[in-house]
Ligand binder design. Sequence first.
Ligand code: ADP
Ligand code: MG
Length: 257
Amino acid sequence: MPELVVQQRGGYRRMSLLETRKLTKMFGGLCAVNQLDLQISPGEIHGLIGPNGSGKTTTLNLLSGLYQPTEGKIYFNGVDITSKKPHERTRIGIARTFQTLQLFDDLTVLDNVMIGRHCRTKAGIAAAGFRTRRMQVEEQETRLYAMELLDVVGLKSRALTLAGNLPYGEQRMLEIGRALATEPRVLLVDEPAAGLNPTEIRTLIGFFRHLKAKGVTVLLIEHRMEVIMQVCDLITVLDYGGKIAAGSPKEIQNDVK
Ligand code: ADP
Ligand code: MG
């Protein structure tokens, strides 16, 4: 995909991997996201913080295509994706997790990840009942790939456990593993540390560093500041749906003091 260079007063600049312009979402009279300009560069871990009700989850829902904005635009690698459906966004490389778990409790850990992977295979889940030789080969490749991902999120030994039987922290990691199965270029994560114990939070921090080393771009919503401060390159602060600050962890920390 060609990179888009945009003209601005005083010169040109390269566009971010994911960018919003004047993004706005109204729910009746309530302005949940207000004229938001967000810029996420390739390879960056970008934190999105702010008090409860400040519009973080709504922003993520707009980026993933679950909601249509009232106003404003969303660009992915310079291409306007504002009117694209959620599954189209998954295909071009945007993956997400949810604030509350959205796993298939009655399926195994491995199957949960393989379902995430099916948007990248030709056969797809619908055709699984009718199996050609080629589909079987593809399924075997998917299984191997899913096992590698389970290793990355620390769940390899749990592959055949039913997702519903995992402790909560491991369920959260499984949800991230499934999102990664779509081979995203951008991962949108909503409060992954909620409900985790200190050991699990350390694992989570290590995991985000691993993702960064792999070059995956991340938008991380999180209210645990120790997680934000340790993993983010840049942070955007929301209040009442609008951006009130943006900067490095150090700059933001000095701001809130
Ligand atoms: P945060 O994730 O920062 O806690 P949200 O994005 O969930 O905030 O919510 C922002 C505001 O929008 C809140 O006032 C919330 O009540 C409202 N809101 C969120 N989703 C909806 C919805 N589907 N319908 C109506 N109001 C909503
Ligand atoms: Mg939220």
